[in-house]
Design a protein around this ligand. Structure first.
Ligand code: PLP
Length: 385
């Protein structure tokens, strides 16, 4: 009980030594993109949708997105004033079905949100080819994926969205950015000033967070149910603001810190898991072994997944199912999108691959606090369950 790995959790650096600005730092990683900063990844995504709507004015703008995704995607689309349209996944992949995408693209489609889930790259080129044929923009949602040092071709779409929220690859416990090659129509927000009091409060929260994500202390967070840790809920976005000056200044150091670590833990997980009937998604998606992921994802038959999850969690090994269900089944959605009573099977039948994915996904921790002995233990449990 007193040793619990968090499922995600790279520490936050609260001191700034870098001489580079956040803009210069991001441009050195992603040449050709201009960065714009917002208060969260959700706000950045909303700004990107607003820009896509400005670039393709139409009466009832629609945005296509995967049926298995973070509900913040819905919050961003609704804030921008567009209608979310869900697309099934490919069978046994964290990718959108290209066949269903093609069928759902139409005159009202202003954008397609392509998600690098866990950091596994979506097939941006293929999605762009389809989206551009109807004049829609592709928004590459990279909240869960950030390039390694020297990986200059990780982002591929004309518009990329990143998050610096809790549990993200580069975490500042808040903030997000749009990286754009064509920023026409993007609502811009100035970096917001911070008072000495706010600065002290952010530093205190980040210090506390860095302590509590330690495996010897994380159980305390789990013991506080009012924190709703790991819970997936719809939260509406209510405003669009700029990122604060403190996080903006800390960003280059936190990026450097993230890029300093390698992907050895993932490679060891890959070798440790040998069980039949366990599909390792990163190699199945041809992910380079050196690409660092936010979580290490597997697909396992329902029933067996629950058995493995219970054993991993009893041993404090940080396993998780990520989102528990497809988007229409997530708690708190507005009535127009939520699954109506009696319509459950009819809705689920439209997204069979996403339903299968939600029922079989198991993610393992891939952050810097996972030790070789944790990995050996994880492998042992999975291989014998
Ligand atoms: C894929 C994806 N997109 C967007 C977001 C929203 O980012 P933020 O939490 O910074 O608002 C998240 C957050 O978990 C996410 O996982």
């Amino acid at each position: 009980m007193f040793y619990q790995l968090p499922p995600v959790g790279n520490p936050v650096k609260t001191t700034s030594h870098s001489e580079q600005s956040a803009e210069a730092c991001l441009q050195s990683i992603a040449a050709g993109y201009q960065p714009f900063f917002y208060q969260s990844g959700t706000a950045a995504l909303a700004a990107a949708v607003i820009a896509a709507m400005a670039q393709r004015p139409c009466e009832q703008p629609e945005v296509l997105l995967p049926a298995y995704a973070c509900p913040d995607l819905i919050s961003a689309v609704l804030y921008a004033g567009a209608t979310p349209v869900l697309v099934d996944l490919e069978a046994e992949r964290p990718w959108m079905s290209l066949t269903q995408l093609q069928r759902k693209l139409g005159e009202q489609t202003v954008a397609v949100i392509a998600v690098n889930l866990f950091g596994i790259a979506e097939r941006i080129e293929a999605i762009q080819q389809l989206a551009h044929s109807v004049g829609a923009t592709v928004l590459e949602d990279s909240a869960q994926g950030f390039p390694q040092a020297g990986e200059h071709d990780y982002w591929r779409a004309d518009t990329v969205v990143v998050s610096f929220g809790r549990g993200k690859p580069v975490s500042l416990l808040g903030g997000g950015a749009v990286l754009s090659r064509q920023p026409d129509g993007l609502p811009r927000r100035a970096i917001t000033p911070v008072t000495a009091m706010q600065r002290a409060s952010t530093r205190f929260k980040a210090g506390l967070y860095n302590h509590l994500i330690h495996p010897r202390l994380y159980w305390m967070l789990l013991a506080m149910p009012f924190l709703h840790l790991g819970e997936t809920r719809f939260n509406p976005l209510t405003s669009l603001a700029g990122m604060d000056a403190m996080r903006h200044a800390l960003l280059p150091d936190n990026i450097e810190n993230y890029q300093r670590a390698g992907a050895e833990g993932q490679q060891q997980l890959d070798e440790a898991i040998k069980a039949d009937g366990v599909l390792k998604l990163a190699p199945a998606c041809n992910t380079p072994a050196t690409r660092r992921l936010l979580r290490y994802p597997l697909l396992v038959e329902p029933g067996r997944r629950e058995r493995i999850l219970a054993r991993l969690n009893a041993a404090g090994l940080g396993a998780s199912v990520l989102y528990p269900a497809i988007l229409p089944e997530i708690d708190g959605l507005p009535d127009s999108l939520a699954m109506r009573q009696g319509a459950r099977e009819a809705i689920r039948s439209q997204y069979p691959n996403a339903v299968d994915f939600a029922g079989r996904l198991l993610t393992l921790p891939a952050h810097s606090r996972v030790r070789p002995r944790d990995i050996a233990h994880i492998g042992q449990i999975i291989n014998h369950s």
